[in-house]
Design a binder for this molecule. Structure first.
Ligand code: SF4
Ligand code: SF4
Length: 341
């Protein structure tokens, strides 16, 4: 059997949803796609230019010959009620650094297997070694839809991982997925902040996923209102997609998520100490860095104001004495808006 078939068979045995292998050079045309995308949004070069390094992988991996790409399904976990519509689902069930998750265990097992076969591999889960969606598309694992997410038969709820390898290999599938319906633009219309301004055109800098997880406080009042209930991430353009309809099934429990669930409401986030925010939230939801823990409180205030301003008052009053000036200021403004300050 060929190396490709060996690896494919191992992935199947492990229950990995999809696997493919492309030559390293197959990523070169990613540069053209990225430049097209940069040209469609203001300041595109500054926002996306850093991803150009993902196109010519020979620069980062001069020894590598091929790229093994795997898609792991995560759309089968129970989501705690307090997190629904407030936390992006991919973050809640993020397998990347969770050794207890079956996804992480599968990734490690496949990596070990490739090493046993004598293949040199290098991958990393964050920030990743290449443009994962493009690599998965080139390997024929699925298609990229107008909301920019990568889809297989299981919808967009798949996490992609990849390894550069020193083996000459290729294993490309032909996905048989329907294209987006001709006139469908649900995802574009649903985007609360117009970050997804048209098909395949998304401004990462204005996306709620970025706004809620970066260590900046750039959002103005109007944008904060549009962010709605989201505290960490946003799933709107995936949730409204008919190609995702009925695809998320709450069949399993993700390790430790049910226990964490009670701490994910805005009231709890505003009520817990910064030490607890770090211990309970920041370790799992790592895009908000330790030095920006105040961002959790800002997001919680925002979520609360946009959902139920009437009942926010006692929490906002407590936030007036927060140790962080940005939080105090945000709470003052929120109370001012609700006419109670
Ligand atoms: S994740 Fe949310 S904010 Fe970002 S493009 Fe999709 S709908 Fe818009
Ligand atoms: S909402 Fe419609 S246009 Fe957008 S990704 Fe889904 S099918 Fe495609």
């Amino acid at each position: 059997m060929s190396l490709e078939k060996d690896i494919q068979q191992k992935a199947d045995t492990l229950g990995i949803h999809k696997l493919g292998i492309i030559k390293l050079e197959a990523m070169l045309d990613y540069e053209d796609r990225l430049r097209e995308r940069m040209g469609r949004i203001p300041n595109g070069e500054a926002i996306y230019g850093g991803f150009l390094r993902f196109a010519d992988m020979r620069r980062s991996f001069p020894w590598a010959k091929s790229l093994v790409v795997a898609a792991l399904h995560y759309g089968h976990y129970a989501i705690p009620q307090a997190a629904e519509g407030r936390f992006g689902k991919s973050y809640l069930v993020d397998m990347r650094f969770n050794p207890k998750s079956s996804g992480r265990q599968k990734i490690i097992a496949l990596e070990d297997y490739m090493r046993e076969l004598g293949i040199r591999t290098e991958g990393n889960e964050h920030p990743g070694i290449t443009a994962m969606r493009w690599a998965a598309y080139k390997a024929g694992l699925g298609i990229i839809r107008r909301n920019n997410f990568f889809y297989t038969e299981l919808g967009s709820w798949v996490r992609i991982t990849a390894w550069a390898t020193d083996a000459e290999m290729e294993l490309i599938s032909s996905p048989s997925l329907p294209e987006c319906p001709t006139n469908c633009d649900r995802c574009v219309h649903a985007c609360p902040v117009n970050s997804l301004s048209s098909a395949y055109t998304m401004n990462m800098a204005t996306c709620i996923s970025r706004l809620t997880t970066s260590g900046e406080n750039a959002a103005d009042d109007a944008t904060n209102e549009k962010i709605g209930r989201w505290i960490y991430g946003c799933d709107v353009c995936q949730d409204v997609c008919p190609m995702n309809a009925g695809k998320w099934r709450e069949d399993d429990d993700f390790p430790d998520l049910a226990e964490l669930g009670e701490f994910l409401s805005p009231e709890k986030i505003l009520g817990m100490s910064y030490d607890d925010i770090e211990r309970l939230l920041a370790r799992k939801f790592f895009y908000i860095k330790k030095e920006f823990l105040w961002k959790w409180r800002l997001n919680a205030i925002n979520s609360m104001m946009n959902e139920d301003a009437q009942n926010a008052e006692p929490h906002l009053r407590r936030a007036l004495s927060d140790e962080n000036e940005l939080v105090r200021e945000h709470a003052r403004r929120a109370l001012g808006k609700s006419g109670r300050h």
